[in-house]
Write a protein that binds this ligand. Structure first.
Ligand code: NZQ
Ligand code: ZN
Length: 385
């Protein structure tokens, strides 16, 4: 049956890209704004980003809140919400990676909501209004700088969850590739793989004749594959700027417009972060190849297309494409099994399965009909000692 595209596309984030983009910050924030500047564990103080931002915003009313952790928790963010209320702040400026930007989206929405903040994350409260958010991106990976998603952890409940809040989508985002030079290799590797898997989740389903979406997806994945092949050049500006733009394009809404999607890798992978503290990008490289093997029949046609168009394989079988993906991950030092990490838990598959059941994600269904048996089989393959 013919697949009809049906979507509304509106991405209002204004992006300023390039080495001079910090100079645009002043004009993007209203002169009379009372700004809350959010940041993480302090990397921005070591690499000069903090100084640059403060310089541009000299004379503005600005209060800082640092200490947002990777995989931001509602516990930490609630203190920032209190600060917004007590100081009557009205503009949230995130300076950091996906964690800080996701945290800013939460603070912007929670500050205007009287109920329990977790209602926003759990979906009990649908966000209708939020304070304006702006983002200065320091890590290329999530695409959070121009999308409406935020991923928040509840440390008390041992739960990590994604939700969408259109009003909290950043009004502007500053993407200066020079800030990536202070990133440890590990974060560049995470970012490359996270962006790649974002495209896969919107592409690796079944063909629907989406010429534009498929073409865009393939060009982003080819770019990321080239960056993996040229990983030795990762400290060059040209490498960094391509990663930054690829990661943004991977999750700004274009690739997935009107096409079937399957976010199973992300949904399952969340638990590896909650249980073992594994970086988001690494949880994806551990699980995705095994998930693709388990769901290969449902994804076969697109895997073959991807093998030809992304990996330049001449007559690929779906299995060859999965092997190529796995080998690309290995080439940038990413784990492709839990045993490649420091975690050594013989009960890992059982524990992850239990957490997925508790969070309602053990049988995601979807086009590949993921049931509990298939989920367990993926976890056993990816996590058994
Ligand atoms: O905390 P600081 O000091 O800033 O250090 C961070 C952190 O330790 C460091 N870092 C960031 N920029 C740096 C830098 N270090 C040196 N130089 C720089 N320029 O990197 C570490 C990791 O930062 P983090 O923000 O956690 O990484 P990432 O951007 O990968 O974000 C991961 C979070 O985003 C969520 C993930 O689940 C995770 O919570 N995601 C958000 C998505 C979205 N909003 O659309 C989609 C993704 O699938 C993802 O789930
Ligand atoms: Zn991701």
């Amino acid at each position: 049956m013919e697949h009809l595209f049906e979507f509304s596309f509106h991405n209002p984030t204004k992006i300023h890209f390039g080495p001079n983009s910090f100079s645009k910050l002043g004009m993007e924030i209203p002169k009379d704004a009372r700004i809350l500047m959010l940041y993480g564990g302090g990397s921005i103080k070591g690499n000069g980003v903090y100084d640059q931002v403060i310089k541009v915003l000299t004379g503005r009313r600005l209060i800082e809140f640092g200490g947002i952790e990777p995989n931001p928790t509602i516990e930490t963010l609630s203190s920032a919400v209190e600060l917004v209320r007590s100081e009557k702040l009205d503009f949230i400026l995130a300076v950091g990676g996906g964690s800080v930007i996701d945290g800013a989206k939460f603070v912007a929405a929670a500050a205007l909501y009287d109920g329990d903040g977790w209602d926003i994350v759990s979906g009990k409260h649908i966000v209708q209004e939020a304070l304006p958010v702006g983002a200065i991106l320091t890590l290329a990976a999530t695409g959070s700088e121009s999308n409406a998603a935020a991923v928040i952890t509840n440390a008390t409940r041992h739960e990590k969850k994604v939700y969408y809040a259109e009003p909290a989508r950043p009004r502007f985002a500053i993407l200066n590739p020079e800030v990536l030079t202070s990133l440890p290799d590990r974060q560049l590797e995470n970012g490359l793989v996270d962006a790649f898997v974002h495209v896969c989740e919107q592409y690796l389903t079944y063909p629907v004749g989406a010429l534009v979406q498929d073409g865009h997806a393939e060009s982003i994945m080819r770019a990321l594959k080239t960056l993996a092949d040229t990983y030795a050049h990762r400290r060059e500006h040209s490498w960094c700027q391509n990663l930054m733009w690829a990661a943004n394009q991977a999750l700004c809404g274009l690739v997935g417009a009107g096409v079937p999607q399957d976010w199973a890798t992300h949904r399952l992978a969340m638990e590896l972060t909650v249980l073992y503290g594994i970086d988001h990008g690494r949880t994806l490289s551990i699980l995705q190849p095994w998930l693709l093997r388990e769901t290969i029949e449902a994804k076969r046609i697109k895997l073959v297309q991807m093998g030809k168009r992304v990996f330049d394989l001449s007559k690929p079988e779906a299995e060859d494409t999965i092997a190529a993906i796995e080998s690309m991950y290995r080439s940038v030092n990413m784990p492709v099994h839990l045993r490649d990490t420091e975690v050594n838990d013989p009960q890992a598959a059982t524990r992850i399965m239990q957490a997925l059941r508790e969070h309602g994600n053990a049988a995601l269904g979807g086009h590949a009909n993921l049931d509990e048996a298939k989920t367990l089989s993926i976890l056993q393959a990816a996590c058994s000692v």
